[in-house]
Design a protein around this ligand. Sequence first.
Ligand SMILES: C[S@@+](CC[C@H](N)C(=O)[O-])C[C@H]1O[C@@H](n2cnc3c(N)ncnc32)[C@H](O)[C@@H]1O
Length: 336
Amino acid sequence: MAQQETEQLTRILIGAALSRAVTSIAELGVADLIQAGQPQPVEHLASATKTHEPSLYRILRFMAGHGLFQETENRQFDHTPLSAALRSDAPGSYRAAAQMFFHISAAWDGLHHSIQTGEPGFNKVFGAPIFEYIPTHPELGPVFDAGMTSMNFYETSAMLEAYDFTGIRVLADIGGGNGSLISAVLSRYPNMTGMLFDLGHVVGRAKENVKTAGLAGRCRVIEGSFFETIPAGADAYLFRHIIHDWTDEQSIQILGHCRKVIPAHGKLLIVDCVVPTGNAPSLSKDMDITMLTFPGGQERTEAQFRSLLKASGFELTSITPTTSMVSVVEAKPAQG
Ligand SMILES: C[S@@+](CC[C@H](N)C(=O)[O-])C[C@H]1O[C@@H](n2cnc3c(N)ncnc32)[C@H](O)[C@@H]1O
């Protein structure tokens, strides 16, 4: 084995350090203390975040080697585009996404368990499935919602650019989280009305956000579990980052409830990654391992979507790629 390979493997073996450093720096709010073009001394960054100055310096120097922050001179740090994205006020800020991982990334310790058993590593580390754990830790709910909004920020506009919602009168956003997606769609389509459906501990925040967006009169917020029911009355049902959270068996249950209420002319819209075939790197494959380890779901290939939809009483009609990692997988109820 050449030295080059051993060095590459060394970087991979300690790669967790970079991920942990980014989440920790985001939680501490270090990026907020620096305005691009105005480098700050590490003494100031350490005193403002109540951290150990020599260690903070070493972490920032390490991160700078990976394109986050840059040491300009004598222990002063400025932003790079990557670190600037961790500022709370950056357009499409990624701070909340990094903070979400700060709170739950211990689940990666369960990856080995996932490989051995197929069960989510999260359950082994945290003692409960992620969507049962969050409601019992109320401080995590807003962190998770904000993390999702942050991670999916560019997906919403990419989806709206790529997919034409014209003709849909009532859109139901199932597992709609804090309402940022349904609010964006309703704002773009003024004649559409909406429904948002999510668990009890989420809908309070969704109601507030829909109200703040001035859409309370056009969007009903409904509490419930998609393992029990899905509300009737929409002509399109949107599931963004929902089906990838679950196994095929669970997804068939969820989509089966949708099949019961969707009208014959209705549309099912699944917004998730579609995993390409072949060895090329794809963010969808990274997301797939995240789904394996955290909720216990999976990202799917086109062939897997076709068979999942068929088993749930639907027929795939189109796949619309977007400029982000997700595609809009459209299906209609299968007849007969
Ligand atoms: C990965 S987040 C996606 C949120 C949102 N669709 C988005 O794209 O930002 C998954 C969502 O599913 C919701 N959820 C989980 N289990 C659910 C259930 N049994 N019934 C309804 N919603 C559920 C969660 O509360 C969360 O809002």
